[in-house]
Write a protein that binds this ligand. Structure first.
Ligand code: ATP
Ligand code: MG
Length: 210
C-alpha cells in the first residue's frame, strides 16, 4: 500500500495542540483528515506545558482537557488522551508519539498538524525519529502557505482543508474584549469558557508595549 501503510492495521490520527480553547478549525481539520486518510479514530492530545508558548499564560491543563472532551464527545471517531498532561513537564511531540506507539502497537499513527507548525518541524527535537513513529499530515490554515518545507520523502502529506480563519489566540482575545465566540468554538465550549470565566482579566498574547 502507499504511504508506508500496512494493510489490516488500525489507522489512528493524532491531533496534538494546546487547545486553549479548542475551536472549529481543529475539528474540521481532524474530520477532513480522518475522511481523506480513512482513519479509524482521531485522538486529540492536549499538551502539558507547551514549550513554544512559555511567553504567555496557558490555561490550566484540566480546563483545556475538559473543553477538548466537550468539543469531541458527540463524535464516535474522536477521543481525547491525557498522556501529555499526566506526563508532566514540558510536552515534546517525540514523547507523545513514543507513548502512543507503546499503547497502540496494532496501529499506524498519523500525526495531524497545521501548516504553521509543520514549517517548524525540523527545529523539533529528534526529527528523524519522529518520522519513523508516524506519518505526518500538514493541513493548511489561512495565512500559512502550504509548501513542502523539505521534509523526508514519503513521511509527510500535505492536505488542504476548508479554510477556517479561526485561531485560539483570536478566540481568547475576543473573550477578553467581550466579543462573541459563538460558532467559532462548539456551543458547549462557549458555555464552559463562561462558567469558568476563562480569558478575562488576563494579559493577552500581544506584543509588549514599551
Ligand atoms: P494559538 O493561537 O494559541 O497558537 P491555535 O489556534 O494555533 O492556537 P493550537 O492548539 O496551537 O491552536 O493548534 C493545534 C494544532 O491545530 C496545530 O497543529 C495547529 O497548526 C492546528 N490548527 C489550529 N488552527 C487551525 C485551523 N484554523 N485550521 C487548521 N489547523 C489548525
Ligand atoms: Mg498555534
Amino acid at each position: 500500500m502507499g504511504d508506508g501503510i500496512t494493510a489490516g492495521r488500525r489507522r489512528l490520527g493524532v491531533m496534538g495542540g494546546t487547545f486553549d480553547p479548542v475551536h472549529h478549525g481543529h475539528l474540521v481539520a481532524a474530520s477532513e483528515v480522518a475522511a481523506r486518510f480513512h482513519l479509524d479514530e482521531v485522538i486529540f492530545v492536549p499538551t502539558g506545558q507547551p514549550w513554544q508558548k512559555e511567553h504567555r499564560q496557558v490555561s490550566a491543563a484540566e480546563d483545556r482537557y475538559l473543553m477538548t472532551v466537550i468539543a469531541t464527545a458527540s463524535n464516535p471517531q474522536f477521543s481525547v488522551s491525557r498522556i501529555d498532561i499526566d506526563r508532566g513537564g514540558r510536552t515534546y511531540t517525540i514523547d507523545t508519539l513514543r507513548e502512543l506507539r507503546e499503547l497502540h502497537r496494532d496501529a499506524d499513527l498519523f500525526f495531524i498538524t497545521g501548516a504553521d507548525a509543520l514549517a517548524q518541524i525540523l527545529t523539533w527535537r529528534d526529527a528523524p525519529e519522529l518520522f519513523s513513529l508516524a506519518h505526518f499530515i500538514g493541513v493548511t490554515r489561512p495565512g500559512h502557505t502550504l509548501a513542502d518545507p523539505g521534509l523526508p520523502n514519503g513521511g509527510v502529506s500535505l492536505v488542504e482543508v476548508p479554510a477556517l480563519a479561526i485561531s485560539s489566540t483570536d478566540c481568547r482575545e475576543r473573550v477578553a474584549r467581550g466579543d462573541p465566540v459563538w460558532y467559532l468554538v462548539p456551543d458547549g465550549v462557549v458555555r464552559y469558557i463562561n462558567k469558568r470565566a476563562l480569558y478575562r482579566d488576563r494579559d493577552l498574547d500581544l506584543p509588549e508595549r514599551t
